[in-house]
Design a protein around this ligand. Structure first.
Ligand SMILES: [Zn+2]
Length: 251
C-alpha cells in the first residue's frame, strides 16, 4: 500500500522509509472553529491536511504526520462549536510533535499552518527546538509570499481583497466547495465583513471576539464562490507554498 501518511503506515514501513531517504516530515495545524453559517468547523483543519498532503507528495521523500485539528481560536468562541486550545497548550503540542519526530531521525520538520491564530503559539516554541536540534531544519509556513498570488486571483475573478476574505470568504468557501462540497450548506453562502482588516480591526476582534466585526462570522463574500475557483486558488497557492518550502530546505 502506497501512502505518505504516518498514521496509515506501520512502524516497519516508517523505519524502512526513513532509512531509505525519507528525511522530511510535514504536518498541518488547523482549527475547529466557526466559518460562517455555510462552511463546516473543519474548514481550516481540512485545508491544512490537504496542503500538507500535497506538499509531502510533491516534495518527495517526505512523510506526513497527523494534522492537529484544533488550534488557538479564542476570538471565535462566541459562535457555538468552536474549540480552542490555550496558546501554551498548542505550543506544548508542537513541542511534543517535534520531539517525537526528531527522535525517529527526520532531519527536516515542516509545519503547515492554515489558521492565523496558530502562528504565534507555533512560533513561540521554535527557537528552543532549533537550539535543541541545531542540525535539523524546523520551520513553518503560514501565508508567506501569498500577496501577489491573491492579487492575481482577485484580478482574474474580479474580487477585492476584502471579498476574497481572510476568514470564510470567497477563497475558503471556494476551496471547500472544491474539497468537500457535501459539507458546504450552499443555500447559506453569505457576505460578511468585506472592508480591509487593518491592525486596529484585528486588535479589536482579537480582544473582543469576531462577532464585534461580523455578525455571521464571515470576513469576505462567499456568494460567488465556486468549486472551479477553489481548485484555481489551490493551484495558485500551491506554487507559492512549494517555492517557499523548497527555498527553506535548500538554505
Ligand atoms: Zn479558515
Amino acid at each position: 500500500m502506497e501512502t505518505v501518511r504516518i498514521d496509515e503506515m506501520t512502524w516497519v514501513d516508517i523505519k524502512e522509509k526513513i532509512e531509505n531517504g525519507y528525511k522530511t516530515v510535514i504536518f498541518g495545524v488547523g482549527s475547529t472553529e466557526q466559518h460562517g453559517p455555510s462552511l463546516p468547523e473543519q474548514t481550516d483543519a481540512r485545508q491544512a491536511d490537504e496542503f500538507a498532503h500535497i506538499i509531502a507528495l510533491e516534495l518527495g521523500n517526505t512523510l506526513q504526520a497527523p494534522t492537529i485539528n484544533v488550534g488557538f481560536s479564542k476570538y471565535h468562541m462566541h459562535f457555538p462549536g468552536t474549540i480552542t486550545l490555550r496558546k501554551e497548550t498548542l505550543s506544548a503540542i508542537i513541542e511534543d510533535y517535534v520531539n517525537s519526530l526528531a527522535s525517529h531521525g527526520f532531519e527536516n520538520i515542516i509545519i503547515f499552518i492554515s489558521h492565523g491564530g496558530n502562528e504565534e503559539p507555533v512560533n513561540a516554541v521554535l527557537p528552543q527546538l532549533r537550539e535543541k536540534y541545531p542540525e535539523k531544519k524546523i520551520f513553518y509556513y503560514y501565508t508567506q509570499d501569498i500577496l501577489p498570488a491573491m492579487r492575481e486571483m482577485g484580478q482574474k475573478h474580479d474580487l477585492t481583497f476584502g471579498e476574497i476574505g481572510s476568514h470564510a470568504g470567497d477563497m475558503e468557501a471556494s476551496v471547500m466547495l472544491h474539497l468537500a462540497p457535501d459539507l458546504v450548506r450552499k443555500e447559506r453562502l453569505a457576505k460578511g465583513y468585506t472592508k480591509m482588516i487593518t491592525p486596529r480591526v484585528r486588535k479589536k476582534y482579537r480582544a473582543n471576539g469576531f462577532q464585534t466585526i461580523t455578525e455571521n462570522g464571515v470576513v469576505g463574500d462567499q456568494t460567488r464562490a465556486t468549486a472551479e475557483k477553489g481548485k484555481d486558488y489551490m493551484d495558485h497557492f500551491k506554487k507559492v507554498v512549494f517555492n517557499y518550502i523548497r527555498q527553506k530546505l535548500e538554505q
